[in-house]
Design a binder for this molecule. Structure first.
Ligand SMILES: [Zn+2]
Length: 282
């Protein structure tokens, strides 16, 4: 009997060695880096940004152009691509604005050991030049953009204010582009969602990133600076005023309900809300 008990105990001990109890899988980390994608000095921001003369006339405003790298389980989404790399060392001045770029996205990715060909998707909030400027540096990526905005960039001829050459790898029908309608779950795990927020442009989107530390909402250009938020200021060049106000209503309610940290992509003060590059928010 003793021998049998000893054998049984030995068997269970061996089983325990061979088959450790199952451990719940650790959720893979979600990371977000803020990249510097340029600076834009607006020389009269009341004229430029308000269709109701909401701000002090003749005042300048310094805006930042920011881009974001999101890593989800080893996959990469680049959100917006800022000003063109043609501006490196060659700032551009016009009566309305002054634009400059200190460092390309590719250089910044290199500093955190990410190669351009590792970017699986380039997500674009909307078709304006200050959001698609460096997209073509990632020709192997899938372009993910609102359907109406992609159609506008692909139109021949395109509207003279647009710069379709910035998305040259995806201009042909059948190229590696996803024309987004409504919201889209980027990595199909519910953690990174492109949100339908039309009005600034017809296919404009914001981005929700559900980090372990709490959700982040990236505005796209639904808002350009903090002062615009409480007064619901609408720029004169938005494509649809009513859609803009409806999108602001959805965005604000979502931010409040989720307790999300809002990052206005062009607002310099919001740079401090995220860790300074090369650190990432998690
Ligand atoms: Zn913009």
């Amino acid at each position: 009997m003793k021998k049998l008990l000893a054998a049984t105990a030995f068997f269970f001990a061996l089983s325990a060695l061979q088959a450790p109890p199952p451990v719940a899988p650790k959720p893979t980390s979600l990371k977000l880096w803020r990249l510097d994608c340029g600076s834009i000095l607006i020389k009269d921001y009341n004229a430029y940004f308000s269709d109701t003369s909401a701000y002090t006339p003749g005042q300048q405003k310094n805006l930042t152009a920011s881009c974001y790298l999101i890593q989800d389980a080893g996959r990469y989404l680049l959100w917006d691509t800022g000003l063109t790399a043609d501006l490196l060392g060659k700032p551009e001045d016009s009566p309305a604005q002054r634009m400059s770029l200190d460092k390309s996205i590719g250089t910044q990715l290199g500093e955190i050991g990410v190669r351009p060909d590792q970017i699986e998707m380039v997500g674009i909030s909307h078709f304006h030049f200050d959001h698609i400027g460096q997209a073509a540096q990632f020709p192997k990526a899938k372009l993910v953009i609102g359907a109406e905005d992609l159609a506008a960039l692909r139109a021949t001829p395109a509207h003279p204010s647009l710069k379709p050459e910035a998305i040259k790898p995806w201009l042909a029908e059948g190229s590696n582009a996803l024309a987004v309608r409504g919201d889209v779950d980027i990595f199909k795990d519910g953690r990174v969602i492109m949100l339908n927020m039309p009005g600034h442009t017809p296919g404009h989107h914001s981005l929700l990133v559900k980090l372990a530390s709490g959700p982040i909402l990236l505005t796209g250009d639904l808002y350009h600076f903090s002062e615009q938020v409480p007064i619901k200021g609408v720029p004169p060049f938005n494509t649809d005023r009513a859609d803009t106000l409806a999108s602001m209503d959805r965005f604000d309610k979502m931010a409040a309900n989720l307790g999300a940290k809002v990052i206005i992509q062009h607002e310099r003060a919001d740079i401090a809300k995220l860790p300074a590059f090369p650190l990432a928010a998690e």
